[in-house]
Design a protein around this ligand. Structure first.
Ligand code: KG4
Ligand code: ZN
Length: 351
């Protein structure tokens, strides 16, 4: 049934895609028409805050209670009915299996009930292609192909050669922690809440980024490493606390600013190296960590070197279904549909 519907729908000029995202702790549904966003609704899960990290079992339960009201709100905001949808795009992975199961089962149920085709989406491709979303009446330039993408999130840190909306080639990846983990783990050490990235960002605004120096990794090629930085931070604090037990409280802003500055430097240095190696001078930024103000500023400054940069709006940095829908739209154009037996994947490579 899927292929038949797809052929009929391909004759249409305007394609309406419903996107569903549930890979971690955000339940989100969005509706787009071609590249234009009609609605995007996200239900966050505060339940994890007191545990200092996402609790998988609580996340999947929260997805179950949120998904129906989130869908209704997305339809209401888009002023559409379920029958107006041409296809359902959902996150197949990577992510927490229990969370993915809720979104994927829901998407499959809708596909059967509505007799509409199903499209599976890689969450990481969603972050990368989020640059191809525009708001209603917005005049926006999209990145040209090929381009590079720096993807920085809680689970991934990758430099990707984006050949087309369908072909992604990993040029470099982290060999240990992701950039988001480097933020979150350091935040934990200095007693800040979870997720620590946004808190470090906020405190760093009041601090001196050059006050402290932390060891930067010497990794060949385009790969990243953040575990050494975390250890360097830890040892530095241990030494300082011996002489001043209040060292962290006394210097919290400078600590955050200096640590954040080091992460930004590591990322920008590798991005420049990728540009130099490939001679591709267009680069996009994506993933949760791309909300970081220092990283955004440094990325913006690459323009002074003749590099074309695309920085996502803050609302597209965190997990959302709009980015899933846009990948769905390109797959729809390519007649790339999914079957009901596609199981969610906790690990799901981008290429
Ligand atoms: O992409 P995302 O929402 O989820 C994953 O797919 O991992 O990324 C979450 C990560 C967390 O580690 C969080 O601390 C980090 O993004 N993050 C930030 C900022 N906002 C979110 N890190 C640094 N500065 C921020 N402003
Ligand atoms: Zn993400």
């Amino acid at each position: 049934m899927h292929n038949f519907i797809a052929k009929v729908l391909n004759l249409k000029q305007i394609v309406t895609i419903l996107g569903i995202e549930s890979s971690c702790d955000d339940t989100s549904v969005a509706i787009i028409q071609n590249n234009t966003l009609l609605s995007s609704v996200i239900a966050n899960q505060d339940v994890h805050k007191k545990y200092g990290g996402v609790v998988p079992e609580l996340a999947s339960r929260a997805h179950q209670s949120n998904i129906v009201p989130v869908l209704h709100e997305a339809l209401l905001q888009a002023n559409l009915q379920l029958n107006d949808i041409d296809a359902i795009a959902y996150t197949r992975g990577p992510g927490l299996l229990g969370s993915l199961l809720v979104g994927s089962s829901f998407a499959k149920g809708l596909s059967i009930g509505l007799q509409k085709p199903l499209i599976e989406v890689n969450h990481l491709q969603g972050h990368i292609l989020s640059h191809f979303l525009s708001e209603k009446d917005e005049q926006k330039e999209f990145p040209s192909f090929p381009h590079l993408s720096l993807l920085v999130s809680g689970g991934h840190t990758q430099l990707i050669h984006v050949h087309s909306p369908y072909r992604f080639e990993i040029l470099g990846t982290t060999i240990d922690d992701a950039a988001g983990e480097a933020f979150d783990k350091a935040a934990k050490v200095i007693g800040l809440g979870y997720p620590g990235g946004p808190i470090i960002d906020k405190l760093a605004k009041l601090g001196n980024p050059h006050k402290y120096k932390f060891a930067k990794p010497q990794i060949e090629g385009l790969n990243f490493s953040f575990s050494g930085l975390k250890t360097s931070f830890l040892y530095f604090l241990r030494d300082q606390l011996k002489t001043n037990p209040n060292f962290i409280q006394d210097n919290i802003n400078d600590l955050c600013a200096s640590y954040q500055n080091t992460i930004a430097e590591i990322l920008i240095e590798k991005a420049l190296k990728a540009i130099e190696t490939t001679q591709i001078k267009t680069i996009t930024l994506g993933g949760g960590v791309s909300a970081n103000s220092e990283i955004r500023k440094r990325f913006e400054e690459l323009k002074n070197k003749g590099i074309k940069t695309f920085i996502p709006k803050i609302k597209y940095t965190t997990d959302n279904a709009a980015m899933i829908a846009v990948v769905g739209y390109y797959k729809f154009l390519n007649n790339d549909f999914s079957t009901l037996d596609a199981a969610p994947l906790a690990r799901f490579g981008i290429s």
